[in-house]
Design a protein around this ligand. Structure first.
Ligand SMILES: C[S@@+](CC[C@H](N)C(=O)[O-])C[C@H]1O[C@@H](n2cnc3c(N)ncnc32)[C@H](O)[C@@H]1O
Length: 469
């Protein structure tokens, strides 16, 4: 399936399969292919108004653990209904259908899928380019997203312990892992019955934060049989009557959320909050600009003392219960309101992270100032207005703590320690040949993290007082 001509045939076969399975696509749209975007959906010469349903996908056409040929045999334990467990089980269902070849009722759909998606989880044991790229990602958010070794180990264990029981002779861990990459990059949670599923046509749309379409489903169906209306599994009737049930109740729909212009690619969104780290780890690509990019810390990474944890919990509760606190944060150029320990794409520090940095300094102080007062003086400093000078050391120490955090985090990007301190990573990227696509992708991602950390360092360094000599 390498040439464009092959792709044209594959798309034609897929479209035939779609009509045989009553999957519709608005005739103002076409399925198309190019090497950069892969298979994707475009408008032809006409625009499409907002709220148009551009595709109806009958529920029976989705490939899930409930609809696949192994459905009666697969374990139904709750650990496989969500998260990684659901992905592993769906990858088993998908791989089994792939092995069934033309005997699978999804054959025309399966033929349209790439062999695998080049996710970083495959890079560790790959070619030089892959290994080098994997090395660049050590210590980054992408590594956290993948939980690298844990993910590979879980896939292997699941394959050995569960998948092998159900798969025919000739199955292999390598091919099961490829099926897993397809699930990671294409599956949707559709409803309480099918759960995580492969959804033909819906998964042909590429991702953008400014998406044109979204999937609409009635999630709340019977988890035992998928019925939207009354069924024998109901404790209480869901709906009063079957009367009025619409044909489309048995379909998932792709609906336009904004008008779609002619001659343009039509995008879905895989998640409105996905950062480039998440996109790279789960889907194998990054956006040129991604407003969700950030550096994250877990509570465990930051707090190593029970006393500090206790004073943090108390202080955060107190701050957040003050109705003006959020507005105060929003007026800062250095702090933003968020419920995580993060530095955002503009180098701003989330309020829990700021509080922790502030408390770290104060934990040995005999009578620490209230965090709200420290914040107020900091806001005054940011605005160039004089505040309570007795609190300036507290602000300076908070800024030092933020700086230390950023430097420590930068030092965790392992590849940087192999390079001279003044190495120009942009130059390294520019000097890389085109036959190193993974390394190029990894370095350009690392540059984003470095730029976030340096932006944060630069803005907070202005608040650090010089040490008395
Ligand atoms: C749900 S599929 C979309 C259809 C896919 N293009 C194909 O050829 O089958 C998701 C995959 O499409 C690609 N993709 C989606 N959005 C993209 C984007 N904005 N830029 C580059 N690749 C994208 C990535 O390879 C991703 O893993």
């Amino acid at each position: 399936m390498n040439s464009d001509k092959d792709k044209v045939n594959v798309i034609a076969d897929f479209q035939r399969w779609c009509s045989q399975n009553d999957i519709s696509l608005d005739n103002r749209l076409e399925i198309t292919y190019n090497p950069d975007s892969g298979i994707h959906i475009r408008t032809k010469s006409q625009s499409i108004p907002a709220s148009t349903t551009v595709s109806y996908i009958p529920k029976r056409a989705v490939l899930s653990t409930k609809s696949c040929s192994l459905a009666d045999k697969l374990p139904q334990d709750t650990e496989y209904t969500h998260g990684l467990g659901a992905q592993l089980m769906l990858a088993l269902a998908l791989y089994n259908e792939q092995l069934r070849g033309s005997n699978s009722r999804w054959y025309g759909y399966l033929q349209s899928l790439p062999d695998f998606v080049d996710l970083p989880m495959l890079w560790q044991d790959g070619c030089e380019d892959a290994k080098e790229a994997a090395h660049w990602l050590v210590g980054t958010e992408v590594e956290k997203e993948m939980a690298v070794s844990a993910l590979s180990a879980r896939i292997r264990t699941f394959y050995e312990d569960i998948s092998r029981r159900f798969l025919p002779q000739g199955a292999s861990l390598a091919s099961y892992t490829k099926a897993f990459t397809l699930v990671s990059s294409r599956a949707f949670i559709v409803d309480a019955y099918h759960g995580l599923s492969m959804v033909p046509i819906a998964d042909a749309f590429n991702h953008s934060q400014d998406n044109h379409v979204h999937i609409e489903t009635d999630f709340d169906v019977c988890p035992s049989c998928g019925a939207l209306y009354e069924c024998p599994h109901d404790d209480e009737p869901k709906h009063e009557t079957h009367v009025g049930q619409h044909h489309y109740d048995s379909c998932y729909e792709m609906v336009a959320n904004i008008p779609i212009p002619p001659h343009s690619e039509v995008f879905n969104t895989y998640g409105e909050t996905l950062s480039n780290a998440a996109l790279l780890a789960r889907y194998g690509f990054v956006l040129d600009v991604n407003e969700n990019d950030c550096i994250t810390w877990s509570m465990e990474e930051l707090i190593d003392e029970a006393d500090l944890a206790a004073s943090f919990r108390l202080a955060i509760q107190e701050l957040e219960s003050d109705t003006s606190f959020r507005t105060r944060c929003e007026s800062s150029n250095l702090i933003y309101y968020s419920n995580s320990f993060t530095v955002d794409g503009d180098g701003k520090v989330s309020h829990p992270l700021w509080l922790l940095c502030s408390l770290t300094y104060q934990r040995h102080a005999p009578s620490p100032p209230p965090p709200m007062s420290v914040l107020d003086v900091q806001l005054a400093c940011e605005a160039g207005v004089d505040g309570d000078a007795s609190l300036t050391p507290a602000i300076s120490a908070t800024a030092s703590a933020v700086s230390t955090l950023c430097c420590t985090r930068k030092a965790k990007i392992k590849k940087l320690s192999d390079l001279a301190p003044d190495a120009d990573i942009g130059e390294i990227l520019d000097g890389l040949s085109e036959d190193r696509p993974r390394t190029r992708l990894a370095i350009s991602y690392v540059l984003t993290e470095i730029s976030i950390l340096e932006c944060c360092l630069a803005s907070w360094s202005e608040l650090v007082l010089p040490h008395p000599s």
